[in-house]
Design a protein around this ligand. Structure first.
Ligand code: SF4
Length: 217
């Protein structure tokens, strides 16, 4: 029995008002992510047996507005994605499929970071997000990394002002709480460090000082 099975059981037999979110039930959509026994986890992929004996606690994700019971408003997640320009923007005219080989350096660099399912566990675990709601946060910066490393994307120049602002790459303290809880085993921490490295080349090549007054995320 999983934590999600247990919640369904409670809802069906004890408290029909209990609110929680789920969809795929097989660890693909991330919508059932919550804090179980003090740690962000997929409810649908967390076996009660794996939690040992004793009381199992559940609570909604941290750092998101609460709607009801275990359901949170994911608005901060999408707002942060939009703030860093998380949508792919094709470079020039599309002329067919881009020839990026599966073994290419570019592909190997991006692949470990692309499987984000938007569950929000990383934002919930990030103490910097908790301290500063304007921080872009791990998921958005991880997504920005995949785009900035993608030779087909043409919006890098527009993203840099936000990425170089005080509320993005600079703000991360590298605690890796995000990486520890990501159910897809991504490492937003690594993505942020790689983006920071790129940002140094960017600044040097432009002969610019770091502008720390960028827009809020
Ligand atoms: S990076 Fe990982 S923890 Fe964060 S939203 Fe994506 S899948 Fe969830």
């Amino acid at each position: 029995m999983t934590v999600l099975d247990a919640l369904v059981e409670v809802q069906q037999n004890q408290d029909p008002t209990l609110a929680f979110r789920y969809a795929c039930r097989v660890g693909m959509c991330g919508s059932c992510t919550m804090v179980v026994n003090g740690r962000e986890r997929w409810a649908c992929r967390t076996l009660l047996a794996s939690l040992g004996t004793g009381v199992v606690t559940v609570r909604p994700l941290y750092h998101f507005p609460l709607i009801r019971d275990l359901v949170v408003d994911m608005e901060p997640f999408t707002r942060k994605m939009k703030a860093v320009g998380a949508a792919f923007v094709a470079k020039g005219e599309a002329t067919g499929f881009a020839p990026i080989g599966r073994d290419s350096r570019e592909r190997r660099q991006i692949d470990p970071a692309v499987e984000c399912i938007g569950c929000g566990a990383c934002l919930s675990a990030c103490t910097i997000v908790g301290w500063n709601g304007n921080f872009a946060g791990p998921a958005a910066l991880n997504r920005a990394f995949t785009l900035m490393a993608d030779s087909r994307d043409g919006a890098g120049a527009e993203r840099w002002p936000t990425l170089l602002s005080e509320e993005a790459l600079l703000r991360c303290h590298g605690q890796a709480n995000c990486t520890e809880v990501c159910p897809m085993e991504l490492s937003p921490t690594d993505s942020i460090l790689k983006l920071r490295r790129k940002s140094i080349f960017q600044l040097v090549s432009r002969g610019r000082r770091l502008d720390t007054r960028g827009p809020a995320c």
